[in-house]
Design a protein around this ligand. Sequence first.
Ligand code: MF3
Ligand code: CO
Ligand code: CO
Length: 294
Amino acid sequence: MKNGTKIGRNDPCPCGSGKKYKKCCMGRQTEKPVDLRKWYKQKYNIRLKESKDIEGIREAGRLVLESLDRAEAEIRAGITTEDINSLVSEHAESYGAVPAPLNYRGFPKSVCTSVNEVICHGIPGEYELKDGDIINVDVTHIYNGYYADASKTFFVGTPGADAQKIVRVAAESLRAAIAMLSPDHTIGDIGWAIQNCAERQGCSVVREFVGHGVGFEFHEPPQVPHYGKKGEGIPLVPGMVFTVEPMINLGTPRLFVRDDGWTAVTADRKLSAQFEQTFLITEDGYESLTPYPL
Ligand code: MF3
Ligand code: CO
Ligand code: CO
């Protein structure tokens, strides 16, 4: 077992007795190795996934990617963000999947569409895409009870220099995060890698929204900040499933939320971009359950 998963004297005993470790199995010759599943549930409220769960999330992930492909194929100047919503919701429906955003904490649509200075949680509507826009489409489907969550930022027509830069840095930031996805790293390593990648290129990292455990529900523990320090936070172990979804801004990391209660916008109205995938930690690294090239 790696360091990070060492049991502290005052932690609850992994045998499930409810006593402190030092009052229970510490020092005893335990025959059984620590049950990680119990341990992560008890200590962090994280539900590790087993193979049938992973298969379910992978299937949901395939549909999510297919929805993103359909959206991409239609994206051009002149279509509305509502058009993207219809397309994604009809695609999900045709497979008996349910778009998770619809009615989630009052969110009114099936997908988030975040254009230009909108960081995330943009609500589809009458806005017509125009040449030079960037748009993040964020899709989460529930399929056979399992959730998968992914997003991409697309160009509309021909991008300007700023659009090219922010989309490139956002994609690179997720790539840098992926390099940290294995059982010898911690959640802090993920944030550190993203922050380092974005800030060294003069961009900034949004703090208010984080990646999250996913699979049984839309948002589960743990939270996965996109900033942080190496070695800090929960150690990654096989069976963890969570998103990494860095929101990278061209200017200030600060934001405000519009009166609709959802749309998060950069405080300086400069561009923001995001890429998101759902990842599984494996014995020797990771698997993306919503894989696409970055
Ligand atoms: N898909 C977003 C995420 O990555 C969450 C959207 S919440 C909604 O976590 F209500 F706006 F859909
Ligand atoms: Co997410
Ligand atoms: Co998402």
